[in-house]
Design a protein around this ligand. Structure first.
Ligand SMILES: Nc1nc2c(ncn2[C@@H]2O[C@H](COP(=O)(O)OP(=O)(O)O)[C@@H](O)[C@H]2O)c(=O)[nH]1
Ligand SMILES: [Mg+2]
Length: 282
């Protein structure tokens, strides 16, 4: 069935959408996932944040940039610095370039690029500020995960809801669309976690700041190639992190801490990226 939209406040083509893909040793997946996003032909840009992958993932991206100039971008960091800081690096990069919708997506096809547009629509038409590709709402599913992953993921979601009372069914989800105003509001200096806890804290901060969050059902498929970077440390950080953010929100004015003042925000953008941005836009 073809969709008919009666009212468009802005021509869609003027909105800038970008998918941040963090990578660590994803040489088997990266070219295919980039092609899959561009083959949608829905005007998505892609920013890969590679942490010095020893398998040469960054070089594959550099070769692809020749094919997709102005659409595909790469930020390289030295060494594996963690998923959370990779995303924060990407968020700052995207804010400085005034992208309107900023997506998080894994490189390993666990998240289907075809669902990007459903997340976008939840924000654009559904008026959500954040939309989450959710495994645990009606219609959501997981394919091919071993028992222990189900256990940690489900357990983590239930634990998070019990401790924080946050009404989100899939708080550890890593397939997310943020509208820029959310990321401009959050003080990234206050976000300290790296793995699952990072994903939880970003949603917690968005919720505490009063943004509208929507969960879109997705089917999550376990990676077919490459290896997961999940570790015991990430799980431990999740457990401690959840207790910590709730403690801070109850006793230490967490909301104020994660709310970026306009002055600080301007400083982040100019200090980190102005030079690069001006150079590129000449
Ligand atoms: N840049 C960067 N990417 C990472 C890091 N750790 C994991 N990733 C990427 O983050 C995404 C999710 O990681 P993955 O290992 O699939 O985690 P899982 O889905 O929980 O098993 C993948 O695209 C990884 O390559 C990291 O330390 N730095
Ligand atoms: Mg994965």
């Amino acid at each position: 069935m073809q969709k008919v939209f009666i009212f468009h406040p802005l021509p869609e083509s003027t909105l800038k959408k970008i998918v941040i893909i963090p990578t660590y040793n994803e040489k088997e997946n990266i070219a295919a996932i980039v092609e899959a996003v561009f083959s949608l032909q829905l005007h998505y840009h892609i920013l890969v944040i590679d942490d010095g992958s020893p398998d040469g993932t960054a070089q594959i991206v550099k070769d692809l940039i020749q094919v997709y100039p102005g659409q595909l971008f790469l930020e390289e960091r030295t060494g594996k610095l963690g998923l959370g800081t990779a995303y924060i690096h990407g968020f700052k990069w995207c804010i400085a370039r005034k992208y309107d919708y900023i997506f998080e997506m894994d490189a390993d096809f666990s998240h289907n690029p075809k669902d990007l547009e459903r997340l976008y629509e939840a924000c654009f038409f559904g008026k959500a500020d954040v939309s989450i590709g959710s495994r645990y709402v009606k219609g959501g599913a997981i394919e091919n995960w071993p028992f222990d992953r189900h256990f940690y993921s489900r357990g983590g979601s239930i634990f998070t809801r019990c401790i924080t009372w946050m009404p989100i069914k899939d708080p550890t989800a890593g397939f997310v669309c943020y509208s820029r105003k959310v990321l401009e509001t959050i003080n990234f200096d206050a976000i300290r976690f790296v793995g699952y806890a990072f994903q939880i804290e970003m949603k917690f901060a968005s919720w505490k700041l009063g943004f509208l969050i929507s969960e879109v059902p997705i089917t999550f498929i376990d990676r077919k190639v490459g290896v997961s970077k999940m570790s015991k440390g990430i799980i431990k950080e999740g457990v401690i992190g959840v207790i910590r953010i709730q403690f801070e929100s109850l006793f230490k004015n967490y909301r104020k801490k994660v709310n970026q003042s306009a002055a600080t925000q301007a400083k982040i953008i100019t200090a980190d990226f102005t030079k690069e941005y001006v150079a590129e836009s000449k």
